[in-house]
Design a protein around this ligand. Sequence first.
Ligand code: CA
Length: 240
Amino acid sequence: MSWPGQAASPATTRILVVEDEHDIAGLIKHALEREPDTRVEMVNSGDAALKAVAEQVPDLVVLDLNLPVLSGFEVCRLLRARPATKHVPIIMLTARTSEVDRVSGLDLGADDYVTKPFSLRELAARVRAVLRRPREATTRPAAGATYRGTHLTADFDAVAVHVGGEPIKLTRREFELLRCLVENRGRVLSRDRLLERVWGYDRLIETRSVDVHIGRLRAKLGIAGEQIETVVGLGYKFVE
Ligand code: CA
């Protein structure tokens, strides 16, 4: 197994696509290689993926959840357990849409999810967004991962949010919105920035969706929802 772009310049972005459905893998490769200086390697099993990353660590892994023998979850867990691949961004492809699967994937350290059927344009945009993120955002240190306010306690590693001691059930988007707001507390975040950070791609959904999700998040948080302030004309801010 060798990278097609092995002799290319160090600026080349190398993406490993792990997908057993050859047609889908081919379409993904074609779409992602439209970006400048991008080389895509395809493998069709978790075993082959682990072998490929052992030879050369890619800049990003697009990992299908449903693989024969070794599942995408298992591959993700193994990549995160190894020092050399601990920080490699991973975008998971999944046909499963339940929140449980999404949260399990985030727990294992996937950076983002794309649910099948997806548009290649959306996947390419997510790949760009994840590659743009600073590395520390993809490695989430354990320290400081819990926020404790007067009413709100949010443990972002354990994906547990409580208000006044009562557990609050959030969707993945709501959870990621809250995480983004809390991590940037005291600072105004524009709708565009929230879109990019939480949805991971630019302008493919309307900025109005951010308002809808903020509204739901506030309602679920009850009294702690008041900590999310609207800054007219600018965006939102989480206050202490
Ligand atoms: Ca598959």
